[in-house]
Design a protein around this ligand. Sequence first.
Ligand SMILES: Cc1cc2nc3c(=O)[nH]c(=O)nc-3n(C[C@H](O)[C@H](O)[C@H](O)COP(=O)(O)OP(=O)(O)OC[C@H]3O[C@@H](n4cnc5c(N)ncnc54)[C@H](O)[C@@H]3O)c2cc1C
Length: 312
Amino acid sequence: MSVLLLAEHDNGKLSPATARLVAAASQLGPVDLLVVAEAPAAIAEAASTLSHVRKVLVAQGQSTAEALALTLESCAQRYQSVSANASSVGKDVIPRLAAKLDIQPVTDIVAIAAPNRFTRPIYAGNALETVTDPQPLHLLTFRASAFRPVAAGGSAPVETLENSVTSLARLLAAHRNQSDVPDLSTAQIVIGGGVSVGSAEGFQLIEKLGKTLGAAVGATRAAVDAGYAPNDWQIGQTGKIIAPDLYIAIGISGALQHLAGIQGAKKILAINTDAESPLMKLADVALVGDLFEVVPQLIAELEKLGVSRPTG
Ligand SMILES: Cc1cc2nc3c(=O)[nH]c(=O)nc-3n(C[C@H](O)[C@H](O)[C@H](O)COP(=O)(O)OP(=O)(O)OC[C@H]3O[C@@H](n4cnc5c(N)ncnc54)[C@H](O)[C@@H]3O)c2cc1C
């Protein structure tokens, strides 16, 4: 059973999420990775080094959702599965393709039981359902953070795809926050700050700990709503889903909507003045204390030990 997987990329670089998507897709069969971009060469070259990739198909073209759906449609019949990331890109593209092909997609897959049996969260991650997809062609999106990335070291052939697809929609501009910290959805360590951090300046303390540990920095919705942290830091039901090896939650109560975003975390360290807060009870290590005392002490101890992890 062969799988066509839409490669995720940003700003001319292959996204680290793609290696995780390949890990998921390769459980179904040989994976052909499709790279569509205005300037795809460097992205395709990086894609070809991922192990478990049979070949990389490269199409020069627009990466608007309309154009991507049309390109995928032109290749879909050669595969048993067409898949993408359950990110804003996949959420934009796969439903369009599903409508064109009149197929019910299975979205946000976190585990694969068989080539046509998939597990996905429902009710904001409070329950998992396993569904069987009887359709001859499966349209799938994978939650990248639920899968371990495949290693580099592959050397898949790169094949150019004639792409005559054009879309009436045009990308006028992309505005991004410049940041040298790792991506929240794929980071190995994430530090989250709650509203009790108190201000945007207070968040610099969280960022400092993040820099020492080479971690991504996130926040609760309450902290984002208060203007202490940018929107794209929000972790949770209406924010980003994370699955780091370690999540350090600082001054976070552990509301259900926040927990929905951190269920994939392997270990949780919580720091809070209230030992009875839900996240302190759930954490692997719960440290009762004032964040403004504990975090500087933690940074000082790590510096004393010479801990300095590169970001990524
Ligand atoms: C539809 C909907 C969607 C939502 N989506 C999300 C979402 O995606 N993500 C999300 O996070 N929330 C979401 N929420 C909001 C959520 O319900 C909570 O309000 C929010 O998560 C609480 O954030 P918090 O832990 O920062 O604040 P609080 O709940 O106010 O908790 C603050 C914590 O800090 C502790 N504290 C106080 N001072 C200190 C100190 N000095 N040192 C250490 N600890 C201290 C307190 O003991 C407390 O536990 C959503 C809500 C709704 C209704």
